[in-house]
Write a protein that binds this ligand. Structure first.
Ligand SMILES: Cc1cc2nc3c(=O)[nH]c(=O)nc-3n(C[C@H](O)[C@H](O)[C@H](O)COP(=O)(O)OP(=O)(O)OC[C@H]3O[C@@H](n4cnc5c(N)ncnc54)[C@H](O)[C@@H]3O)c2cc1C
Length: 401
């Protein structure tokens, strides 16, 4: 047989066929036969879960030689789809019926409401990069082309959450992790007015789904009878979509690899945290300080990015995935797990480089606050004054909707 080396995950020159990797392959892509074929390239989904147990370094060797993307990029929260060359949009003509002031007012109001849970005026981390905002508006939106639309929750889950990749062609659309875009659904409301855009967090890092691609991804949940979410979730590959923004100047990452980042989310609140994690992974070889993620869903089927997320190494991301309606595991909400981790979180609350981010449904705020109140007591502090102090120094952020 002897297929070209390029199609093999493992360098057969180095591999001593100890078969450790066979046990570790989560999708049974690694098989052996008398011709010493160690990987079925057609089946291998490049999750690279086989890397850590390889005792001979042969997979590493392959990666250096053949693999254009680093381990960290492969380990992102979504297997990165093929990036195809697609037709570039031919300009950004004005949208019909746009009202720039109404847009600005509505975005400011939405962001202020979303950030209200932090208890006061939101501030960016002191070391955050300077964001670009309001580059595109209703009169002059950016025009993106949908590159892919993938369901993230299982078919049997109640919720339909999607990963949507939007190519920005040659348009200048600089974004930072934690920012949002506006999407204006086509059509008009009952009074005949154009719809105002809804905000969606960007779930890709600043340099794109793959490094140096001019695209963004979104993580969107279909709302029953929701105008915009249904429009976005139904977008097909090749469709045009009008974007406003980018928006948001405070829910941003610190530019500090030593910063301790704690991320607490439910559902699509995971979107900015996917971007944060990928940014950290790409920025430094070792990913900087380990980040912590508390992520709640009803079941694992309904938790966006569940499979890929589990593959992110623990050295980069400490994961607390909790389920409130699962049958086989203890029923937990994020605040329950936070309390189980109270010694660790108490230490982090006392540390000057700790940044806390809460994102998702408004309903999660109460439980998270209550957990922090208890944890703050452990270090002899009043939560509200500590929270206000952290928020003032750009280290406590809430974005809930
Ligand atoms: C800063 C920020 C970031 C956000 N990021 C994300 C994100 O990353 N992902 C994400 O999915 N969402 C995100 N959102 C929420 C998003 O902006 C929209 O609010 C959401 O998609 C719902 O919009 P819609 O147009 O589909 O619903 P709308 O049409 O505005 O309806 C709102 C609600 O009313 C209900 N409704 C509407 N019409 C009817 C009717 N006739 N009868 C009964 N019920 C009805 C809908 O079910 C829906 O729940 C974010 C919001 C903010 C403020």
């Amino acid at each position: 047989m002897n297929a070209p080396l390029k199609q093999h995950l493992i360098d057969p020159e180095i591999c001593i066929r100890c078969y450790t990797c066979e046990e570790a392959c989560p999708i049974d892509a690694i098989t052996h036969n008398e011709d010493n074929v160690v990987v079925d390239a057609a089946k291998c989904d490049f999750c690279m879960a086989c890397i850590s147990p390889c005792p001979t370094g042969s997979i590493d060797a392959w990666r250096v030689v053949m693999q254009p993307y680093s381990l960290e990029e492969q380990m992102s929260w979504m297997e990165l789809p093929e990036q195809e060359e697609i037709a570039k949009p031919d300009g950004t003509g004005p949208a019909e019926g746009g009202d720039v002031e109404a847009l600005e007012d509505s975005v400011e109001r939405l962001l202020a409401e979303a950030h209200a849970g932090a208890g006061g005026k939101a501030r960016a981390p002191a070391t955050a990069s300077k964001p670009s905002i309001n580059l595109y508006n209703l009169k002059k939106p950016a025009v993106g082309i949908v590159q892919g639309n993938y369901r993230l929750t299982s078919e049997s889950a109640d919720s339909d959450v999607r990963h949507i990749i939007i190519d920005l062609g040659n348009q200048h659309f600089p974004v930072l992790e934690g920012q949002s875009v506006g999407i204006q659904p086509p059509g008009t409301d009952a009074s005949g007015n154009a719809y105002l855009p809804r905000l969606y967090s960007i779930s890709s890092p600043r340099d794109g789904e793959r490094p140096n691609t001019n695209n963004i991804s979104l993580t969107v949940k279909r709302e029953e009878q929701g105008v915009c979410s249904n429009y976005v979730c139904d977008l097909q590959k090749g469709d045009e979509v009008r974007l406003t923004g980018p928006f948001g100047a405070t829910f941003l990452m610190p530019n500090d690899p030593q910063a301790q980042i704690v991320m607490i989310c439910t559902g699509t609140g995971s979107a900015p945290f996917r971007a944060f994690t990928m940014r950290r992974q790409r920025l430094t070889a070792d990913g900087g300080e380990r980040m912590r993620l508390f992520f709640g869903a009803r079941t694992s089927d309904a938790l966006p990015y569940f499979g890929p997320l589990k593959k992110v190494p623990d050295t980069i991301l400490e994961k607390h995935l909790v389920f409130s309606r699962a049958e086989a595991v203890e029923k937990e909400y994020v605040q329950d797990r936070m309390l189980k981790q109270r010694a660790d979180l108490a230490g982090l609350l006392s540390a000057p480089h700790t940044h806390i981010y809460v994102c998702g449904l408004k309903a999660m705020e109460h439980g998270v606050e209550a957990a922090f109140e208890q944890i703050a007591k452990d270090i002899g502090t009043d939560w509200v004054s500590l929270r206000d102090q952290m928020r003032e120094s750009g280290r406590y952020h809430v974005e809930t909707y």
